[in-house]
Design a protein around this ligand. Structure first.
Ligand code: MN
Length: 310
């Protein structure tokens, strides 16, 4: 961006651009995952990561009837963080895990060097409706664990934090002095925040960058209104975030120390280079031992070779 044409508040110092002050708002891309409409909030063309968070899908919506079936598919180099607002989903993976997840619970799968999982929406008597409203996030693993063993965790209960104007469930990491039991390999956190009316005051760490994705209602900060389908990004250096939200509004707040590397992402793979992704694609296509198999009735998902190979 040309400085002369930039009125966002950013300036160059010795050729190094500083982050613009304030809130940077970007649009989600519409996508489809297993038959359910999703808003892909992250990555953005100009913003690949927020802390170690590298992918945010907001799937379905309040009361939105859906039927999600995602057959066995591989992952490398990431953690999947699954959080339901409505609905009921069965997770199966190549570690032998078989876990139903319900609203208020967290599934966290660490891919390490390779894992396979399937996700299917259940419509049992326990499900309150046929609706699906969910968030799936990915965390890029650091060098130390991205080639390591796969793992799976389910957390039926998560800690809550009360703030002026809101209450938060700590999904991952530490927030406002409360720490989730879920595994973290880098310094990052994620919370689900509900407005209880009145201005919300959110404590932040100045070392963290942050993002807000509204999943229900709307929130306003510093003159910027955030609604579902958008990502609001706040750079490092802030120790507090003030939000105004209609009572009952709900948003996901993510943060963390800026990720030191640029992940190379293609399909379900988070790596550092095209070569690594090509190797993963070949191993999955050949059903190599690296990925194992899932006891699912759904068909495994295959995709054509990455574009750089043709
Ligand atoms: Mn997946």
């Amino acid at each position: 961006m040309n400085d002369a044409a930039d009125d966002s508040g950013s300036t160059s110092r010795g050729g190094v651009p500083r982050r613009p002050a304030g809130v940077e708002l970007s649009d989600a891309r519409e996508a489809d995952v297993g038959g359910v409409p999703v808003r892909r909030v992250l990555p953005q063309r100009t913003r690949r990561t927020v802390g170690a968070w590298c992918f945010v899908d907001h799937a379905g919506g309040p009361g939105l009837a859906a039927s999600m079936d995602v057959g066995p598919h591989p992952h490398i180099g990431l953690q999947t963080v699954t959080w339901l607002l409505e609905g009921e989903v069965l997770h199966r993976d190549s570690l032998g895990s078989e876990q139903v997840i319900r609203p208020g619970q967290l599934n966290l799968m660490t891919a390490g060097g390779g894992v396979v999982h399937s996700e299917e929406q259940l419509h049992t008597h326990l499900a309150t409706s046929r609706a699906l409203h969910a968030v799936q996030l990915w965390v890029a693993l650091p060098e130390e664990t991205r080639h390591g063993p796969a793992a799976f965790e389910h957390h039926a209960e998560l800690p809550q934090v009360a703030l002026p104007g809101g209450e938060a469930t700590v999904l991952v990491g530490a927030f406002a002095g409360t720490t989730s039991p879920a595994r973290t390999d880098t310094e990052h956190f994620g919370v689900d925040m509900r407005s209880t009316g009145g201005p919300i005051s959110v404590p932040l760490s100045t070392r963290h960058e942050h993002a807000v994705a509204v999943v229900q209602g709307a929130a306003e900060t510093g003159g910027t209104t955030i609604t579902p389908g958008h990502l609001a990004y706040i750079g490092t250096g802030s120790d507090e975030l003030h939000l105004d939200a209609e009572e009952g509004s709900r948003f996901i707040l993510l943060g963390g120390v800026p990720f030191p590397e640029r992940p190379f992402m293609w399909w379900n793979y988070v790596a550092r280079s095209a070569e690594e992704v090509s190797a993963a694609h070949r191993d999955w296509t050949q059903r190599a031992d690296r990925f194992g198999s899932v006891a699912s009735d759904l068909e495994p998902i295959d995709v054509p070779a990455p574009p750089w190979e043709s």
